[in-house]
Design a protein around this ligand. Structure first.
Ligand code: OGA
Ligand code: MN
Length: 296
C-alpha cells in the first residue's frame, strides 16, 4: 500500500496520492482513506479518469449508497445519469446546459447556499463523492468551498457552546429552496420534503470531536420562535464559514473530492452555466443513525 495524504489547508482538506480509483481497494487502503477522512474531513484525489461504474464501486468501500429523493425534480425520463447518482451538473439529458428557467437548474441553484448533503433526511448522509468529469477552465468560477464545522464549534465561546449543546433543528428542502424564492412545490413534494429533526451539535463517532451541524436546510429550532431561530442559525453560519475555516477547491478535470457531511458544510461558487459545461456527478454514502438519537 502506498497511500499518502498531504494537508491542503491548516484545518480542513487533504490531497491523497498513491491510489488508483479504477482498481479495487485493499482493506488497508480503505482504512487509510477512512482515517484521512476522520482527520481532514475532505479528501481530494487528482487525475482519476473513472467511469460511473468505477465511481460506484469505489463508493461502496465506505458503506451503502444513499437513495436519491429528488428524482421527480428531474423527471425520471429526463435524467441523464443512473439512479445511484445525484446529477449536480448544469446539463440536461441531451448533455447541453439547462436553460436559465429550467426547473432542475433552479432547484440545483440551492447548492450555492452552504449546506450539508441530505440533512433534510431523517438519517442524513455520511460521505459524498463528487467526480469532476468536465469543469470550466481555471479562473472561471465553479469552485466548491468546504467549511470545517469542528473548527467552527471549537471557536465558539463557552456561553454559546452551552446554548447550542442540546438544541434540535428542523431541516427541509422547503426551507433552503424557499430562501431562494423557489416555492412552487407540488403537494407530493411537500410531503416528501417534510421537515426532519437534527441535533445542532454532533459528536464524531470515531474521533469524539464535536461539530456544528448546520445547513441551509435548517429552518427552525424546536421550541424557538421561527424568526429568532432563523436569525440565530444565520449568525452561526456566518461564524462557521469565516475564511480560516474554509478550503476552496479549484476543480481540474479528473478530480474526485470526497467529504464528510457530518463535520463539514459546502457550497458551489457561481460560474457562467450558459456558456461552460460543468459535468460533476455525486454518489452518497448513507448515514448510520439519526442525529437526534445521539447523546452529545
Ligand atoms: C453536491 C454539491 C457542489 C458542486 O454535489 O452535493 O453541493 O460544486 N455540489 O457542484
Ligand atoms: Mn451538496
Amino acid at each position: 500500500m502506498n497511500v499518502s495524504i498531504r494537508a491542503l489547508h491548516p484545518v480542513i482538506g487533504g490531497e491523497v496520492a498513491g491510489v488508483d480509483l479504477r482498481r479495487p481497494m485493499s482493506r488497508d487502503e480503505v482504512a487509510a482513506i477512512e482515517a484521512g477522512m476522520d482527520r481532514y474531513a475532505v479528501l481530494v484525489f487528482r487525475d482519476q479518469q473513472i467511469t460511473d461504474e468505477q465511481h460506484v464501486a469505489f463508493t461502496l468501500n465506505f458503506g451503502a449508497l444513499e437513495e436519491t429523493v429528488t428524482g421527480h425534480i428531474h423527471k425520471r425520463h429526463e435524467r441523464r445519469l443512473g439512479d445511484q447518482f445525484a446529477d449536480v451538473s448544469n446539463l440536461g439529458k441531451d448533455n447541453k446546459p439547462l436553460a436559465r428557467d429550467d426547473r432542475a437548474r433552479m432547484f440545483n441553484l440551492g447548492n450555492r447556499l452552504w449546506h450539508s448533503d441530505s440533512s433534510f433526511k431523517p438519517v442524513p448522509a455520511k460521505y459524498s463523492l463528487l467526480s469532476g468529469r468536465i469543469v470550466p477552465p481555471p479562473g472561471n468560477g465553479g469552485n466548491t468551498e468546504f467549511a470545517d464545522m469542528r473548527a467552527a464549534y471549537d471557536a465558539l465561546d463557552d456561553a454559546t457552546k452551552a446554548q447550542v449543546a442540546d438544541l434540535v433543528c428542523e431541516h427541509s428542502l422547503i426551507y433552503s429552496r424557499g430562501m431562494l424564492g423557489f416555492t412552487e412545490l407540488s403537494e407530493e413534494e411537500r410531503v416528501t420534503f417534510r421537515p426532519v429533526r437534527q441535533r445542532l451539535v454532533r459528536t464524531h463517532p470515531v474521533t469524539g470531536r464535536q461539530s456544528l451541524y448546520l445547513s441551509s436546510h435548517a429552518g427552525t429550532i424546536v421550541g424557538w420562535p421561527m424568526p429568532e431561530a432563523r436569525a440565530f442559525l444565520r449568525e452561526l453560519i456566518e461564524h462557521a464559514t469565516q475564511r480560516p475555516f474554509v478550503y476552496a477547491h479549484e476543480w481540474r478535470q479528473g478530480d474526485l473530492v470526497m467529504w464528510d457531511n457530518r463535520q463539514t458544510m459546502h457550497r458551489v461558487r457561481p460560474f457562467d452555466d450558459q456558456k461552460y459545461v460543468r459535468d460533476v456527478r455525486r454518489t452518497t454514502v448513507a448515514g448510520e443513525a439519526t442525529t437526534v438519537a445521539q447523546v452529545a
